[in-house]
Design a protein around this ligand. Structure first.
Ligand SMILES: [Zn+2]
Ligand SMILES: [Zn+2]
Length: 350
């Protein structure tokens, strides 16, 4: 009994830490930019000569971006395929590496983006709603790229999303659930019934998925420890001995290139998808929103840049519709479908 209450307290503490990180997402990102840019300006020689910098940047960029696109986006936000419990944990862990917020907050914001795409209420549309002559202005583009992050923070601070974990702001939740006709109650680990936004009810009602969202802060911290641990291993493999100087240089390199610069690049790729992905490019399908396809962004973001294809059919695991549209993440998924980790929901036309 005592062990059970310890576990509940541990999860509760993690939930509070994750809610704190969610609330200050914009501040964290600005801090990461400063930490990434200042050494480039004042100590470029030192940071560029750190051992294995490119290796740490490229490999962790791939892991983190796969975590975001396959984990947060294709699995948790859209449930495009079925995942084993073990794989759900791996996906949540890999997605948490990028400091983009907890699973619930990411999925909620993304589901709102799909339901109100390029309309009033879309968290990050580049459309200028105040100017019908000019669909995209500098101000609205900036909002879609950076401004939305502070906006989300303000919303959370105002309590609008505090309800996700705490059950506060019941009037707002009840009003929404009345509109959407949902029973938005779930049984929490402490045996209490709590309320969640109807859009993420499936995520909070599943104990494992709720837990993965609560562990966002813990996973983010553990991911830094993993990156550091791998760098110590790499230094040992390369030198064949425990050389203190080499290990220290590898650890600094892994933290700078593998955590700080990589996190900024991952966030920039997501922001480019939000801003350019709904402003510039071509369209294969007539959709109600302004979503576009962009070959270069698609390649850089492992498929996320084919926004028009994705908005046309958000349940397809393949964001590509033409031979020249390369959705790398869908290739990874097709390989994963050969393993017990994941399987398709139904036969999809790839
Ligand atoms: Zn979109
Ligand atoms: Zn989506």
């Amino acid at each position: 009994m005592k062990a059970a209450s310890c576990i509940v307290s541990f999860i509760g503490f993690n939930r509070q830490c994750s809610a704190f990180l969610d609330r200050y997402h914009w501040n964290q990102y600005r801090l990461l930019i400063v930490l990434a840019v200042l050494p480039c300006i004042f100590a470029w020689k030192q940071v560029s000569s750190l051992p294995n910098g490119l290796l740490y940047l490229a490999s962790w960029l791939l892991v983190a971006n796969l975590g975001l696109t396959i984990g947060y986006h294709r699995y948790y936000a859209h449930k495009q395929f079925l995942a084993s419990n073990f794989f759900k944990i791996i996906l949540a862990f890999a997605a948490s590496m990028s400091w983009q917020g907890s699973l619930n907050s990411w999925a909620l914001q993304h589901r709102i983006h799909h339901s109100l795409s390029d309309q009033q209420g879309d968290p990050h549309s580049p459309r200028d709603f105040s100017n019908s002559q000019k669909p995209v202005s500098f101000k609205s583009f900036y909002h879609a790229h950076y401004g939305w992050m502070s906006h989300v923070g303000q919303q959370i601070r105002a309590g609008e999303k505090g309800m996700i974990s705490s059950g506060r702001n019941l009037a707002y939740v009840n009003r929404l659930s009345k509109i959407l006709g949902n029973n938005n109650r779930y049984l929490d680990f402490d045996g209490q019934y709590k309320y969640a936004h109807p859009y993420i009810l499936d995520l909070v009602q599943n104990p494992l998925e709720r837990c993965m969202s609560d562990f966002y802060a813990l996973f983010s911290l553990l991911s830094v420890i993993l990156v550091v641990g791998v760098s110590i291993f790499v230094a040992f493999i390369q030198s064949g001995s425990f050389d203190d100087q080499l290990i220290l240089a590898n650890v600094i390199s892994a933290i700078y290139w593998g955590v700080i610069v990589r996190s900024v690049l991952t966030q920039e790729m997501s922001n480019i998808t939000n801003s350019l992905g709904h402003a510039f490019g071509y369209r294969n399908f007539e959709t109600k929103d302004c979503s576009k396809n962009n070959i270069l962004i698609g390649l850089l973001t492992l498929g996320e840049g084919f926004q028009n294809n994705h908005h046309y059919n958000s349940m397809s695991i393949n964001f590509s519709r033409r031979w020249y549209e390369i959705d790398l993440a869908s290739y990874f998924l097709k390989i994963l479908f050969l393993t017990p980790l994941a399987k398709p929901i139904q036969k999809q036309s790839y």
